[in-house]
Ligand binder design. Structure first.
Ligand code: ZN
Length: 211
């Protein structure tokens, strides 16, 4: 099962070479990403945890959440983290026509730029699902960032301990690790993140933004 999954990740990298799956480095660097915020209940907590370890991360924000929580969004930027576009309404690309999808992508970009002077040129498709025709347009301006380690923090089938163990086991230099600053993932994430940070910090790793 484990071998199969590794092969699948490799397969995705071969099938979709234009997307970023990991950062090629042998240095002790990890690229943390947080999807679906910003929301005050969870994002503020994440920022405080990252700060304890001097860790920087990339937040793939939902436009609607930026509009509803501009102060939290601003706090992410002021803390030196990077921002990415995650559509305005968290759309599934496979089930959405191209025009609606690209408009939704643009609405999110507008929300980001309205609140943030620097341009964000990163995009992550919700659920990792995007049609090639949609990606082709977005790639004209943005990098499409996927992930190499899925924490499954949202998955209630995993206990927080299991979630931590599998996340640590899969992480290596250059890994892009996917967490969620969402209510759904809160329980596992709040256990996994501080323990994950401590584990790799003690091994001499640094946590950097994707750019
Ligand atoms: Zn998402």
């Amino acid at each position: 099962m484990e071998i199969k999954r590794i092969k699948m990740t490799k397969l995705f990298e071969i099938l979709f070479p234009k997307y970023i799956w990991r950062i090629k480095t042998s240095e002790k660097k990890i690229y943390l990403t947080f999807d679906d915020g910003p929301i005050p209940e969870v994002t503020e907590w994440v920022l405080a945890e990252l700060k304890k370890f001097g860790a920087k991360a990339t937040f793939f924000c939902v436009g609607e959440n930026i509009e509803n929580n501009p102060a939290v969004f601003e706090k992410i930027i002021k803390s030196g983290h990077a921002i990415g576009n995650h559509t305005y309404n968290h759309l599934k690309g496979w089930e959405t026509d191209d025009e609606s999808y690209l408009n939704n992508f643009s609405f999110c970009q507008y929300a980001i730029e309205k609140n943030n002077l620097s341009h964000s040129l990163l995009f992550r498709p919700p659920y990792g699902r995007i049609k090639k025709s949609q990606a082709k347009e977005i790639l004209k301006s943005h990098k499409i960032v996927m992930w190499s380690v899925l924490t499954k923090d949202y998955d209630v089938k995993f206990s927080p301990e299991e979630c931590l163990k599998r996340t640590i086991n899969k992480t290596k230099p250059g890994s892009i690790v996917l967490f969620h600053d969402s209510l759904k993932a809160e329980k596992n994430m709040k256990y996994v993140l501080p323990n994950f940070l401590k584990h790799f910090y003690d091994l001499g790793y640094e946590f950097e933004v994707i750019n």
